[in-house]
Write a protein of this length. Structure first.
Length: 198
């Protein structure tokens, strides 16, 4: 259903096909070593063969959530952050949405399963909104960021935006008041969005 131009700052494509692969996203596979004591994994090394092409990280964040919690969809602009997301414990449904004005994949999203046992990490570049839902009883998620948290630059897209139609796997999610009040992508003002570098 079309919206009057005054209500739709930037058109959002029909994304009901379940999203599309976004080439800027990168999945890194970590080796998880298991023995009778439990597990061990190296989460990050600057000299690792997987590191080339990734930016420097300046801040680490840690979040613990219970089943059903949705955190997101968050991004910063103009002080943008890229993130490297790792589920240290439990399992999450991890989502990245292209929110760059002028991008050919604007409004498209991709989702990945990250868990403490599968060893996957997701690199989410600057210009993408990020969010996740805890699928297991508990999750502990760490994400490395390329810039510091800046409240003045904080932005959000509504987690249940009908245009995005993200199929969050746990019904009756737990959402913060702030995330519940976020606007749909089509309602964000153009100046709130990052854009493709010329």
């Amino acid at each position: 259903m079309s919206q009057p131009p005054s209500e739709r700052a930037i058109p959002v494509p029909d994304n009901r096909d379940g999203g599309t692969r976004l080439p800027e996203l990168r999945v890194l596979e970590q080796n998880v070593f298991r023995d009778t004591r439990g597990t061990f994994a190296e989460l990050w090394r600057n000299d690792d063969a997987r590191a080339p092409g990734l930016p420097d990280f300046v801040q680490d964040n840690l979040a613990r959530s219970r089943r059903g919690v949705v955190r997101g969809l968050h991004f910063q602009n103009p002080r943008a952050q890229a993130k490297l997301v790792t589920a240290i414990e439990g399992e999450i449904f991890d989502v990245a949405v292209d929110v760059r004005a002028g991008s050919p994949t604007f409004g498209r999203w991709a989702a990945f399963t990250l868990s403490g046992s599968n060893g996957r990490q997701l690199y989410v570049p600057a210009g993408f909104a990020h969010g996740y839902q805890t699928v297991s009883d508990v999750s502990v998620v760490m994400y490395k960021c390329t810039d510091f948290y800046s409240p003045d630059d904080e932005r959000a897209v509504r987690w249940d935006d009908e245009d995005l139609a993200i199929p969050w796997p746990v019904r009756d999610p737990v959402v913060s008041a702030r995330d519940g009040a976020a606007r749909r992508l089509r309602e964000l003002l153009p100046e709130w969005l990052p854009s493709i570098d010329p």
